[in-house]
Ligand binder design. Structure first.
Ligand code: FES
Length: 352
């Protein structure tokens, strides 16, 4: 469910990014309390068209009873309707509709050694994760490896520098710039699997890291995951969130499977069920949306995970999945925006 929230502040971070803070009225504080690493789904209507996007929260998670500062990072995406609007038109006092925070790319503060590899705006949820962890858990350490094009295009430079000043013994920062030479000794160029495989063991004791957080464009996240696997890091210690997936033949796109001529979808949402015919070529999310405009979604691209539903019966094929972990798909969860029926009857439950 969406709630109208007022824009309290807008700060320019770089030429192409801003941080937007939304005010949360006292009666919605519990609804908008978030875990470090979660994101907000927002919607806005531009020229009669509803646009939804998800943006990660960058602020440290507030202690109970405190005002949750809903500060999100937004980077301009070429042709991106909401980011263009946020950077060029959005003003303090405007109203934005937002769903309660969600997402499973989270780190509950605990003692241990954690590390993140991020690219571009992928710093946004990791900033919340690292700042909450270091403030709340004196026995925790965090190593941040971030890659960007240039220093001028790097989001949250001051906030990250502040972490370094505040926790000199517990926060380690390595910045890799792909299009700019750095001072002697600091790496530059693109971070790919090979470079990460060499760099990581030189920076820290890879085996002793309790949790790895990978966030950014698909290419970087896949490269980092492969490098970590190659270095012997088990899957359960790797968490990832993908921010951009180029359209086209992504490697996760599955082969086309013949769809049945007619199929019927039964779906439960907010305790109410309905059954509808699935029209040719549409996703199961689109089938539900034709009758239930409250069906949850944001990206419609298999990236944000908002449309996650439990497959109660039948079979589906997903075009692509950059949001669900193997444990979730193994347990029977699917992304409705990417699912198409393989059997003539399919049942989904959005409430589980
Ligand atoms: S709406 Fe984002 S993954 Fe389906």
């Amino acid at each position: 469910m969406f709630h109208p929230l007022r824009v309290r502040a807008i700060e320019r971070l770089t030429d192409d990014s801003v941080a937007v803070t939304l005010a949360v009225p006292a009666e919605l504080r519990e609804t908008f309390r978030y875990k470090p690493g979660q994101h907000l789904n927002v919607r806005y209507t531009v020229d009669g068209e509803e646009i939804r996007r998800s943006y990660s929260i960058c602020a440290p998670a507030a202690e109970a009873s405190a005002d949750p500062a809903l500060r999100v990072g937004i980077r301009l995406v070429d042709g991106g309707a909401f980011s263009t609007y946020a950077l060029k038109e959005l003003a303090v006092g405007d109203q934005v509709e937002a769903m309660p925070p969600m997402g499973r790319f989270v780190l509950t503060p605990r003692a241990g050694h954690f590390a993140a590899i991020v690219g571009g705006s992928g710093i946004t949820p990791v900033l919340s994760i690292a700042s909450t962890l270091l403030a709340r858990e004196p026995e925790a350490r965090f190593c941040l490896i971030r890659s960007d094009r240039t220093a001028a295009s790097t989001m949250f430079l001051d906030e990250v520098a502040d972490l370094k000043d505040r926790y000199p013994d517990r926060f380690q920062l390595v910045t890799v710039l792909s299009r700019e030479e750095q001072q002697a000794g600091l790496p530059s160029g693109r971070l790919d699997r090979e470079r990460l495989t060499g760099l990581l063991p030189a920076l820290l004791s890879v085996d002793e890291v309790d949790g790895w957080y990978l966030c950014g464009p698909l290419g970087l996240v896949v490269a980092a995951e492969r490098a970590l696997h190659g270095l012997g890091v088990g899957r359960t210690r790797i968490h990832q969130e993908i921010f951009h997936v180029d359209d086209g033949p992504a490697e996760a796109v599955r082969a086309r499977v013949e769809a049945p001529a007619h199929s019927t979808l039964t779906a439960t949402l907010d305790g109410r069920s309905g059954s509808w015919p699935v029209q040719d070529g549409e996703s199961l999310l689109e089938t539900v949306l034709r009758s239930r405009s409250d069906a949850p979604y944001a990206c419609k691209g298999g990236v944000c995970g908002t449309c996650r539903a439990f497959l109660v019966s039948g079979e589906v094929r997903m075009d692509r999945n950059f949001a669900l972990e193997p444990e979730e798909t193994g347990a029977g969860y699917v992304l409705a925006c990417q699912s198409h029926p393989v059997t003539s009857e399919v049942e989904l439950d959005f409430d589980r």
